[in-house]
Write a protein that binds this ligand. Sequence first.
Ligand code: BTN
Length: 259
Amino acid sequence: MNQQELEAVLSSLNLSAIHYFDSVGSTNDEALAMARKGAKDLTLVVADEQTMGRGRLDRPWFTPPQTALAFSLILRPTYAEKALLSRTVGLAALALSDVLQTLNLSSQIKWPNDILLNGRKLAGILIEAVWFEDEVISLVIGMGVNVSKGSVPATDILGFPAISLEGLLGYLPDRMIILNAILANIIALRPQMGTDAFLSSWEKKLAYYGRQVRVEMGGEKSVSGKVVGLESDGSLKLLGDDGKSISVRFGDVRLRLFA
Ligand code: BTN
């Protein structure tokens, strides 16, 4: 993978710019800096290696050289899209899930931002925003996909079992072809983000649907209930033990295992 090859493979997408790095701290950090300087909608940052890759809640994200897909896409939301910002993580998750489906891999979305295959983490999404006064002017969709077996971190580092595309498929797929397909899906799905059909496709992919979970919100704070779907803004909808509906805006979902 290099700048020239990326430009050739992604040529039909009409991206505004492609910035390739052999090695970078974090593609999200680069993209955020570019967005702050006014980078256009559909500016893409891709790295072969990340030395300071970040996940949600500032967790480290490992991207060893030549093993993974790590990219960040800058969106400049339109007026209409600004009402739908919280659905952007669903946009990225569905775009990847649809690519996986074409490879006969049926993925699930562990709310809010993990893509699971057979209960193991294959990819993570990190959405970040650039604000001007009280308005979001740019969004960065960061995505990391474990492509070769060498990209899979040890379970004890991640706190959750992980898997790679190579491990699932039995061969090593081309990272740039996968990237092209994900980006094409993001671009195609974007105009549908506000529809009920979009929300219901997202809900259908939810991991642990109908199961009892605990959502940890940091410190001692947590809520428990059965996963029953998503709110219109992408919050997780739970049915509490007392029969009351609970909406969760952020947190880490864990299955509740009963003896
Ligand atoms: C998570 O699982 O918490 C999200 C992981 C997101 C990782 C991607 S890799 C490309 C982009 N750059 C980063 O530093 N993070 C995201």
